[in-house]
Design a protein around this ligand. Structure first.
Ligand SMILES: *Cc1c(COP(=O)(O)O)cnc(C)c1O
Length: 372
């Protein structure tokens, strides 16, 4: 008997959510409406009552956060090269200059010492990324932001459900951007949410979200800012509301699966494991590094042949053509290049069983040469 293919991730959508989606579809109101408002209220509750606005992507939330922070041409924004390319693309989108600094190889997140060293009089903001759901050190981050008067746009796309010292990511800080893409720990299929700081008017965020439109009491409208098309649908919000009921269980489940990997992965495989944080990290991904010199393409193919899906998140973005054309070069960020070159994402999602972890480990045993 061959077992079904085990993907590196898969969303868990329950029947109640599917029924709720059908209800929205039958309701006559399918785009932004009461379900989006309900999702915003529920998310706000998880973020210690801070205002939250839902968007149609976690890229849109980042872009609008930068606009709200007043970032534009002539400004520099510091971020990491080891992230989904959206993080840096939005900096270009608003006309600012991305300033990349290397990662700390221990956490694989932005090295805040290097970030501090890269600050100039043009630096307006910093975008830290909680890679795989492991939070960037928020104490150090916000001390830095205060010292240099920088805005922070937390790219928490991967860290919904994670916490820093027991405080939920999103419940404190400046701008917090979540993604609800299909692969994220909480999904709306596509979508995102922006948690707002005190100095930002939520009504302005709504205008940036939808064509800058401001409704007037007499039924007319005005447009005073250049907004875009970033609103979420009620169909998507219904999925998010269904997911929210399970997010704490999802996170607990992910932590247990990560622990199972740590217990079962034979050190003889020579894999370098991620930081063993089972308290703060939400284990959005489980990412060991392959032994130096392993042919990753051949490894991916061999695992696939054994029915195991393995992902790569992420090649360092400064080596993409768009960024090379801006002047970035190989060798500039050695830690990001090393980690990005060897990282693999093994299957980890809430519906996985412990026996699936065994399956992955057995496939690794067959595929990786054993170190004596
Ligand atoms: C998913 C992701 C994004 C973008 O989110 P979308 O909802 O896909 O637009 C941004 N940054 C990181 C780190 C991500 O993982």
């Amino acid at each position: 008997m061959t077992l079904p293919f085990l993907p590196f991730t898969r969303p868990s959508i329950d029947e109640e959510t599917i029924a709720a989606v059908a209800d929205v579809l039958r309701s006559g109101w399918i785009t932004t409406g009461p379900k989006c408002a309900a999702l915003e209220a529920a998310l706000s509750e998880r973020c210690s009552g801070r205002p939250v606005k839902v968007f149609n992507s976690g890229t849109g939330t980042l872009e609008i956060a930068l606009r709200l922070a007043g970032v534009g041409p002539g400004d520099e924004v510091i971020t990491t090269p080891l992230t989904w390319v959206a993080t840096a693309n939005v900096i270009l989108e608003v006309g600012a200059t991305p300033v990349l600094v290397d990662i700390d190889p221990a956490t694989r997140n932005i090295d805040l010492d290097k970030a501090e060293a890269a600050i100039t009089h043009k630096t307006k903001a910093i975008i830290p990324v909680d890679l795989a759901g492991l939070p960037v050190n928020r104490d150090r981050l916000y001390a830095l932001a205060a010292d240099y008067n920088l805005r922070v746009v937390e790219d928490a796309a991967q860290s919904f459900g994670a916490n820093w010292g027991g405080k939920a990511i999103g419940s404190f800080g400046d701008f917090i951007s979540f993604s609800f893409h299909a692969n994220k720990n909480l999904t709306t299929i596509e979508g995102g949410a922006l948690v707002l700081p005190e100095d930002i008017d939520p009504a302005l965020v709504e205008r940036y979200r939808l064509q800058g439109v401001k409704r007037t009491p007499d039924g007319g409208m005005d447009v005073d800012v250049l907004g875009g098309k970033f609103n979420l649908t009620d169909v998507a919000a219904a999925v998010g509301l269904g997911q929210l009921k399970h997010i704490d269980a999802f996170t607990a489940c992910r932590r247990e699966l990560a622990k199972a990997y740590f217990a079962k992965l034979d050190p003889a495989f020579g894999l370098e494991l991620p930081p063993a944080d089972f308290e703060q990290c939400n284990w959005h991904m489980f990412q060991p590094l392959l032994p130096q010199g392993t042919d990753r393409g051949a490894f991916l193919a061999a695992m696939k042949e054994r029915g195991i899906g393995v992902g790569v998140h992420y090649p360092p973005l400064h080596l993409f053509t768009l960024y090379r054309n801006l002047g970035f070069q190989a060798g500039q960020f050695p830690h990001a290049e090393d980690v990005g070159g060897r990282t693999v994402t093994l299957p980890l999602f809430p519906a996985m069983a412990d026996s699936d972890v065994d399956r992955v480990c057995a496939a690794l045993a067959a595929v990786l040469p054993r170190k004596s």
